[in-house]
Design a protein around this ligand. Structure first.
Ligand code: BDP
Length: 706
């Protein structure tokens, strides 16, 4: 009688396990057992022991994390009880910098071992993660000759998480931080989050939104932050906060937040001391000031440098190394200058005025994380000021977590973009890593796409964006394709042909989104508020929050005139780029309507008229999504059914979205072009009003009405 019950119990348990098994929770840290005895042996031998070598040789919390990851990863993959891990002292090696590591084959007591050598415990942890990655990818651990040193010091995620649990522009559930439970209750997920972050070599996290709430700086909340920071610290991750500029008024009881007011200065000084009491390795602040209604120094007639330095000084007090990341995402309603020129205009005159521990944090484009923008001309324009790039991992304008858009390709384009500010090779990567202008301190930020969804990012394929950001933060010269290959191998562990298909799908996906939403340099023509789906008709309210402000479509043509005949925003770029982009012969199609307003019959390189080309690009976007769906269908059986179906459903949504974009935009622009759709472009199923009437009240991630 006992047996059937046992079998039943097993069926239930096993069933439950498999129902959860492939829900994406494990991200790229799957650590499945490596099949095949011979294969396993290849890794067994060199990893008979792991030697963790640091200058102190201490058993710190981070070293304990590294040990736990070896047990969780290596032992599981190799089906081994316990890998021997020895922690030893080793002379510091200047070639490894603060966080870098070397992987070497050594022999200990006649046995082969892998030595992970670093100047810090965090470096060792990163090295251990690389060993694990190599085993997961079935790469050899013999003849190791690896030295890997991050190019950027502070590699940060920026969470746009509100204290009420809502994630601004987050499409993967709610905030991971359960403020009401903290500090007493620690969700085990905090540790899994930290493991994932550390596995990429990221070393900092800003846990609150740029649209900051001063409450986070009150004593109760600081205790909560400290509890999170304690978890993160064991994984080499420092905690940062956003600072609301008016906090001295809101929680300090002062009348003003004027940076020149001694009481305000004293308040921040004491507040920052208090933060360090709770979080001894506090990383510093991100500040959004005088932007989109946020308070800031302009409220008192002071500039951004004065504003930033107010916080920077106490952060650097008593040998602390806290920093201020002052955002350059500023534009003013009162200012009728082309919005894309405003940040440059505000920041260039301040060059040299920022304190040493201030970095100006600049979005890749001068507008706002569009599917494609020309880069922000502020990069490299203030050589005496440290600059860092802010990338957006969450897909605010690229289909949220409903659509597949691998951003590695976009970020490769951005980081390798030449600004020419110091001649050829003045890339945004080298500005961000500090080498171009000889700055010691460097940082990079990515707006996180994580939330409480079991798979962390809403769309399983959006995990690739978290992964790619982390890898590029470590080394901005890595290629988008090599990162995609790594991620696909680690995440799906499929055969080579299937992996190839997944990689190709990722690699073309961003351009596909550009094609069906904002081709040829169009921008900011999305729906208002939630920013999902088409909205070229959006009007009313402040002009720089409308679509016609950017597409400028009328009966004469379409496109933003940013050359001398128009706003002349192009003059903010180096002469090389002015020549390239200002000239219709040489400007790439991708940026055509970003810089030029052109007649509908303008003849494109393809030989088509501009109108026909526009229609053709929208159609191409739809066709490409259809091809993505076919590819995905062909992957059935090559990857697990759960994640296959998860992506399958979302690709169907993506096709419908692409069709909606195409039809809505073409019908809208056709009012001005007054030309028929060319052959090969499908006719819309509805009239324009139908698309205008679509109202997605239920769309998440919507903070207000911009
Ligand atoms: C825009 C978002 C908005 C953010 C803002 C920012 O729509 O939610 O608050 O950027 O970066 O992209 O401050």
């Amino acid at each position: 009688m006992k047996k059937p019950r046992l079998i039943l119990a097993c069926l239930l348990v096993c069933g439950a396990v498999s129902a959860w098994a492939e829900d994406g929770y494990r991200l790229w840290l799957r650590y499945d057992r490596i099949d095949g005895q011979s294969n396993r042996n290849e890794y067994r031998r060199p990893t008979q022991a792991l030697i963790l070598a640091t200058p102190t040789g201490e058993e710190s919390a981070i070293i304990k994390s590294a040990r736990s990851e070896v047990a969780r990863g290596l032992d599981k993959m190799l089906g081994r009880k316990q890998t021997k891990v020895h922690v030893v002292t080793h002379a510091p090696d200047p070639a490894l910098g603060e966080d870098g590591y070397a992987l070497e084959n050594v022999t200990v007591d006649g046995e082969a071992a892998v030595r992970v050598r670093a100047n810090s415990d965090a470096g060792v942890l990163y090295g251990v993660f690389e060993v694990l990655r190599r085993v997961q990818m079935r790469e050899s651990l013999e003849e190791l000759d690896v030295v890997s040193v991050p190019k950027i010091d502070r590699r940060l995620l920026n969470h746009w998480d509100d204290l009420n649990g809502f994630v601004e522009r987050g499409y993967a559930g709610f905030s991971l931080w359960r403020w009401y439970e903290l500090p007493e209750i620690l969700d085990p997920r905090y540790t899994d989050y930290a493991r994932a972050v550390a596995s990429l070599g990221l070393n900092g996290t800003v846990v609150t939104s740029v649209n900051a709430n001063a409450l986070i700086l009150t004593p109760d909340y600081l205790k909560k932050v400290a509890a999170l920071a304690d978890v993160f610290r064991a994984w080499g991750i420092r905690t940062y906060l956003t600072a609301r500029y008016s906090a001295p008024i809101e929680i300090g009881g002062l009348e003003t937040a004027d940076p020149f007011d001694p009481a305000v200065q004293a308040w921040w000084d004491a507040k920052i001391d208090e933060i360090y009491e709770h979080i001894p390795d506090f990383g510093g602040f991100v500040v959004k000031a005088n932007s989109e209604g946020q308070p800031g120094p302009h409220d008192y007639g002071r500039d951004h440098a004065v504003g930033a330095n107010l916080l920077a000084e106490p952060l650097a007090k008593n040998g602390r190394d806290g920093i201020v990341m002052w955002r350059a995402f500023v534009y003013d309603f009162e200012d009728d200058t082309d919005r894309v020129k405003q940040a440059y205009n505000q920041f260039v005159p301040l060059d040299g005025k920022f304190a040493d521990n201030v970095l100006v944090q600049i979005k890749n484009g001068p507008l706002d994380f569009m599917p494609r923008e020309a880069f922000s001309p502020l990069f490299g324009a203030t050589p005496q000021t440290k600059q860092m790039v802010e990338l957006q991992i969450t897909q605010e304008y690229l289909g949220a977590s409903l659509e597949l858009a691998y951003l590695g390709t976009m970020w490769e384009e951005v980081l390798q973009q030449d600004t020419f500010v110091q001649g050829e090779g003045s890339t945004i990567g080298t500005i961000t890593d500090g080498t171009l202008h000889g700055h010691e301190l460097s940082a990079i930020a990515g707006v996180a796409n994580t939330g409480t969804d079991r798979n962390w990012t809403g769309h399983v394929m959006a995990q690739a964006n978290w992964y790619a950001f982390g890898r590029l933060a470590w080394d901005h010269e890595l290629g988008a394709r090599e990162i995609a290959i790594e991620w696909a191998q680690l995440t799906f562990d499929a055969n080579a042909k299937a992996t190839d298909k997944i990689v190709n799908l990722l690699m073309s996906s961003r351009e596909t989104v550009v094609n069906y939403s904002m081709p040829l340099g169009l921008h900011h023509i999305m729906e208002r508020g939630h920013h999902y789906g088409p909205g070229p008709w959006v009007e009313g309210g402040r002009p720089d929050w409308t679509s016609p402000y950017y597409h400028q479509a009328d009966t004469t043509g379409i496109g933003a005139d940013r050359v001398a005949s128009g706003s002349n925003a192009i003059e903010q770029y180096a002469p090389e780029l002015q020549a390239l982009w200002g000239n219709l012969e040489t400007v790439p199609d991708e940026l055509l309507l970003w810089f030029h307003h052109l007649p509908w019959d303008y003849e494109m390189r393809s030989g088509r008229t501009l109108w026909n080309e526009l229609a053709f690009r929208y159609q191409q976007g739809v066709d490409e999504v259809r091809a993505m769906r076919e590819t995905w269908t062909s992957l059935r059986g090559d990857i697990d059914a759960e994640r296959w179906d998860h992506v399958r459903q979302r690709l169907a949504v993506q096709e419908a979205a692409a069709i909606e974009w195409r039809d809505a935009c073409l019908l809208y622009f056709q009012q001005f072009s007054k030309r028929p759709l060319p052959d090969g472009v499908e006719l819309p199923a509805h009239d324009l009003q139908h698309y205008i009437d679509v109202n997605r009240r239920y769309f998440p991630g919507h903070p207000g009405d911009n």
